[in-house]
Design a protein around this ligand. Sequence first.
Ligand SMILES: [Zn+2]
Ligand SMILES: [Zn+2]
Length: 284
Amino acid sequence: MILRTLGVAGSAPRPDSPASTYLVQVPADAVAAGIASGVVPPDVAVRDWNVVVDLGSGGLGYLQRHVSLHALDAVALSHLHPDHCADLSGLYVHLKYHPELGYASTGVPPHLPVYGPADVAERAGAMYGLHPGESMHEIYDFRTWTDGAGVRIGPLVITPRPVFHPVEAYGLRVDGPSTLRPGAAAVLAYTGDTDYCDTVVEVARDADLLLAEAAFVQGRDDAVEAGIHLTGARAGRVAREAHVSRLVLTHLPSWTDPAVVLAEARAEYAGPSCLATPDGCKEL
Ligand SMILES: [Zn+2]
Ligand SMILES: [Zn+2]
């Protein structure tokens, strides 16, 4: 499994990064090795798989560096704040109106699966400015998360758990074949946006890599009400309690010093930890 941290900025894009946008890729050879070892069901197509996890403001640009927008297998949204889903509008335009490959030219509806909270279809349509009676259903096949119900996307299974944020929001646990250890299974855990809670620790339990937001800073943000974001320290606590193998911090806004957040996390978690970099790559 390859994790591309395309956009790592929190709350809005930064000068150096789009907002939250990640691409999870499984190359064909990892699918084949997974089928041979039993980690992947035998009916999964042996090809490259590409799943977008959150698609925040600006992320669509970096996404095109790595995959054709017409070769995506699904979009999985942690929640519907714009820094996690705003570029659904641009992707819709691309899939519908691309002069050669768009639905308006080919007549073939892409029906790209888009997983998200209960009102994902309505919110995506409103964001784009659909008129009453219009829908995005030829382009997007909207599907809603159910707590604990894993969804299979080719060689991957994504399991959502509700987390602690002001809107309906999920942490996502992604099970799939390892590329570092061909034939073995690997787990990527993603917090989405959340304050510390029991479910985010469950999402992260024994994960090979925990991608954790760390938007807040100890001291500076102590007066903010509970239920919004992790600090570096809270992300480190989740990593420690969940016994993850690696911690990668993300969703840092432009006003936060990354070194401060990373130091907080390292005071709580003794395992390997680092900051996610824009258009960066981690293998697991
Ligand atoms: Zn956010
Ligand atoms: Zn949010």
